[in-house]
Design a protein around this ligand. Structure first.
Ligand code: HEC
Ligand code: HEC
Ligand code: HEC
Ligand code: HEC
Ligand code: HEC
Length: 296
């Protein structure tokens, strides 16, 4: 308890005197107007906090803005409409940390889990139009084969939901949303027009990460969330996962698939679970009419 208190007071002192970009880790780096006070109306770190659903209320999947973001639902017996396992509910903060992406630390080395580096990029010659910056790609190493096609980088779950472009600036790591990409160019949104790296160093290295603000620890277990193929993945292929660290495994003790002890891991191993378990319906099984394909 004491340790925790100390951590928060140090954290708070630090954030209070740091420029906004260093900690504005929700949608800040792809919006011009984003502020801590959208979520902490009485000042950074204070309560009450704006309920997630006040902004996550856009069901159309487009025209997102600061206060209009993808609508999703809790994971609960009520939303799923099943009392198979009694009455239970898991809320946004059980799975998400609104300040931090899984194993990403902006002040300490950036992406800490090598599996989460989907693509390594070398880019140069930025041109700017409003808050959009387009780079020429001079080098590319695809580390996760599911992301080998640059045209998919701007639609991780929908047309306006791009991967995150991560880069180092004076020892700290930042991310921006990818809005377009081809084999030779990549366009990102950077809301901070006076950002110190603009004009960008030439050339420089960047990495693509999936994002989604998944907690580092859920239900007392360290979660490793690098991309959709890591929601629950039994690398051993035996049906008993020796590393049950997927976000769709760590809580389950009664389900007939994917339990937290690693057992019952032979249900769509390594697939993107969301294709049949939509977040908008509390992860209820809703297989689509056209059967989805496995991740590679
Ligand atoms: C998207 C909404 C959102 C934004 C934007 C946001 N916060 Fe938070 N903040 C939260 C929530 C929710 C919590 C509680 C987190 C938890 O329980 O894990 C929190 C907790 C905190 C805490 C810890 C205090 C406590 O009571 O636990 C600090 C400090 C903090 N935020 C600072 C900031 C600063 C500084 C910014 C702007 C750079 C910011 N926040 C932007 C939602 C937000
Ligand atoms: C059981 C864990 C869990 C709970 C509870 C949960 N989420 Fe999520 N959320 C996830 C996972 C896993 C993903 C990544 C899904 C993907 O990439 O398709 C995600 C993705 C998202 C996204 C991105 C959606 C997209 O289309 O890219 C948003 C926004 C989001 N969650 C918000 C919320 C909010 C708001 C709540 C509370 C109403 C919530 N989540 C509750 C696990 C959870
Ligand atoms: C003030 C409005 C606001 C609030 C409150 C808010 N969000 Fe968001 N959130 C956004 C916006 C805007 C985006 C970016 C949408 C886009 O352009 O793709 C976003 C994006 C996300 C994403 C996807 C990140 C990614 O990697 O692409 C997740 C997950 C998420 N929010 C979860 C939450 C959770 C959990 C809460 C409550 C603790 C919350 N948000 C509260 C506005 C908000
Ligand atoms: C924070 C904890 C938590 C996380 C993370 C989580 N679940 Fe669950 N889930 C539960 C609980 C609690 C139950 C009730 C059964 C149990 O306890 O095993 C459940 C049950 C379910 C059920 C069965 C519901 C029914 O009644 O038929 C499905 C389907 C499911 N989860 C899918 C998912 C998927 C997909 C993910 C990953 C996106 C996920 N869960 C992540 C807590 C969680
Ligand atoms: C092709 C569609 C499809 C995919 C992909 C899929 N599921 Fe399912 N899932 C289902 C269906 C259908 C059910 C309900 C029938 C059953 O229980 O087998 C279900 C049921 C479940 C249940 C609830 C079992 C219970 O106790 O009632 C869990 C938990 C679950 N899936 C987790 C996952 C996880 C984790 C992933 C990703 C690795 C995943 N599913 C991928 C279709 C799918």
């Amino acid at each position: 308890m004491k340790k925790r208190y100390l951590f928060f007071s140090v954290f708070f002192t630090v954030v209070a005197f740091m420029p906004l970009p260093a900690l504005a880790l929700h949608s800040s780096l792809y919006s011009k107007t984003w502020q801590c006070t959208y979520c902490h109306p009485n000042g950074p770190g204070t309560r009450p906090r704006t309920p997630c659903q006040d902004c996550h209320n856009n069901a159309t999947g487009k025209n997102y803005s600061d206060q209009s973001a993808p609508e999703v639902a809790y994971h609960s017996s009520g939303v799923i409409g099943s009392t198979k396992y009694g009455t239970w509910e898991r809320q946004c903060l059980d799975c998400h940390d609104p300040h931090k992406h899984n194993h990403f630390d902006g002040s300490n080395g950036g992406i800490q889990d090598p599996a989460a580096v989907l693509v390594d990029l070398d880019v140069h010659n930025a041109t700017r139009e409003g808050i959009e910056f387009t780079f020429e790609i001079t080098g590319m190493t695809v580390n996760n084969p599911n992301w080998s096609d640059p045209s998919t980088w701007s639609r991780k779950t929908g047309n306006e939901r791009g991967l995150l472009f991560v880069y180092n600036n004076k020892g700290k790591y930042y991310f921006n949303k990818v809005v377009r990409a081809t084999d030779t160019t990549i366009t990102i949104q950077n809301g901070f027009t006076n950002f110190p790296l603009v004009p960008w160093e030439n050339p420089f290295h960047a990495q693509l990460m999936y994002g989604q603000f998944i907690r580092d620890e859920v239900n007392g277990t360290e979660v490793n969330f690098s991309s959709p193929n890591a929601m629950a993945n039994d690398e051993s292929g035996t049906g008993v996962d020796p590393t049950p660290d997927g976000i769709c495994q760590v809580c389950h003790t009664q389900t007939t698939h994917w339990r937290s002890d690693g057992s019952l891991s032979n249900h769509f191993n390594g697939w993107d679970c969301i294709t049949c378990h939509p977040h908008t319906q509390g992860f209820k099984p809703v297989p689509p009419a056209v059967p989805p394909q496995p991740c590679e």
